[in-house]
Design a protein around this ligand. Structure first.
Ligand code: GAR
Length: 209
């Protein structure tokens, strides 16, 4: 059974999709051991508590500096002894030490087709604003492993979504979530939980059934 920590900062719709996928069998061989947020008001924490999943807040505001926060974050995460860390809308820079320690065991969902509209400054609605202002006709979402760069790690799954002329950033964000994020994130977790994901030369190879 793959033990997972899910890190969240906001609403937690991706967390909800993961919990639903575990309940309905779309994800097998996995369980969520803990949900961690940097924001004590994140609705995602309520979603976890409603499911009786341990939900904790570790906020940088409660520490003297970033070094102290990073140290304690890693210590608390380690205490749950998870196999996989899932960043589901987690808007905190992951400490280098944690990336090294959890190499190819941290995955992130990004709301665009990487390498477009990603990297520093592209998060949440800003991604969809960028998509609309450039006028691309297709966007989507990417689930990838986390490495030292911003949105540069090996890509596990991507799914394309149509951009419409009438879209606002909010409308497009919702479509990308519904048609891509809530599908590929649970799918990636299921593939990992069932031993079907390998990283070779910085690229992901998915083994067939
Ligand atoms: C999602 O759209 C996710 O892709 C994005 O934040 C949102 C969180 O929503 N993540 C990033 O932009 C990371 N760079 P949620 O809390 O409802 O899952």
């Amino acid at each position: 059974m793959l033990k997972i920590a899910v890190c969240v900062s906001g609403g937690g719709t991706n967390l909800q999709a993961i919990m639903d996928a575990i309940d309905n069998g779309t994800i097998t061989n996995a369980e969520i051991s803990v949900v961690i947020s940097n924001n004590r008001n994140a609705y995602a924490l309520e979603r976890a508590k409603n499911k009786n999943i341990p939900a904790i807040c570790i906020s940088p505001k409660d520490y003297v500096d970033r070094v102290a926060f990073n140290e304690d974050f890693l210590k608390q995460l380690d205490s749950y002894q998870v196999d996989l860390v899932v960043l589901a809308g987690f808007l905190v820079v992951i400490p280098q030490e944690m990336i090294a320690k959890y190499r190819n065991r941290i995955i992130n969902i990004h709301p665009s087709l990487i390498p477009s509209f990603c990297g520093t400054g592209y998060y949440g609605l800003k991604v969809h604003e960028g998509v609309l202002s450039r006028g691309v006709k297709v966007t989507g979402a990417t689930c990838h492993f986390v490495d030292e760069g911003t949105d540069t790690g090996p890509i596990i799954l991507q799914k394309a979504v149509e951009v419409k002329d009438t879209d606002t950033p909010e409308v497009l964000q919702r479509r990308v979530m519904e048609q891509a994020e809530w599908i590929i994130m649970p799918k990636a977790i299921d593939l990992i939980a069932n031993g079907r994901v390998k990283v070779v030369d910085n690229k992901v190879i998915i083994q067939e059934d």
